[in-house]
Design a protein around this ligand. Structure first.
Ligand code: CYC
Length: 169
């Protein structure tokens, strides 16, 4: 599991270089965003259950087929598996936001996920939409809390969605 600092040091160590201007700029950007990252993680912690619940209701309103007979979130078992998955995505996104690095997502969440979903018939596009809805909710909450630039919040959610959507060759 890596964060912005360990990833950077790792890259410089591999080629035996001192930290150059570029490295310092990257580090500065990470530390400058530190308070906003902590605020975002706190916001997630304090509202996780509400975020998951509201986002899933919104998802099922947009794509009601999911919870109708034959839909992948139909039956209480699959409905709760879906909420649990949304909760995983949100929790791991909060780790990645603090780390300033998406490596934790690759290692703990995304490895083999698409294959698992495909073999169970879990539809990818609605999952991506669910993740997108949580991202949008969080950005709105952050703006309301007075966080000026919420771009950094996109990173983990976009990473998960890109990986999930990637077409197998
Ligand atoms: C199932 N989701 C699963 C499974 C895994 C994950 C491994 C199969 C095993 C199980 O049912 O528990 C995902 N597990 C994870 C992730 C991690 C992990 C991400 C990392 C921490 O350990 N169905 C829909 C919606 C979507 C959905 C679009 C919710 C957004 O229609 C999710 N995932 C869903 C459903 C199942 C599932 C319904 C059960 C599918 C089945 O068993 O038929």
């Amino acid at each position: 599991m890596r964060d912005a600092v360990t990833t950077l040091i790792r890259n410089y160590d591999i080629s035996g270089r001192y930290l150059d201007r570029n490295a310092i700029d990257n580090l500065k950007a990470y530390f400058d965003s530190g308070m906003a990252r902590i605020a975002a993680a706190q916001m997630i912690n304090a509202n996780a259950a509400t975020i998951v619940k509201t986002a899933s209701i919104r998802l099922f309103e947009e794509i009601p087929e999911l919870i109708r007979p034959g839909g992948n979130a139909y039956t209480t078992r699959r409905y709760s598996a879906c909420l649990r998955d949304m909760d995983y995505y949100l929790r791991y996104a909060s780790y990645a936001l603090i780390a300033g690095d998406t490596n934790v997502l690759d290692e703990r969440v995304l490895q083999g996920l698409r294959e698992t979903y495909n073999s169970l018939g879990v539809p990818i596009a609605p999952t991506v939409r669910g993740i997108e809805i949580m991202k949008e909710m969080l950005k709105t909450m952050a703006e309301n809390e007075g966080i000026d630039n919420t771009d950094f919040i996109d990173e983990p959610f976009d990473r998960m969605n890109r990986e999930l959507s990637e077409v197998s060759v």
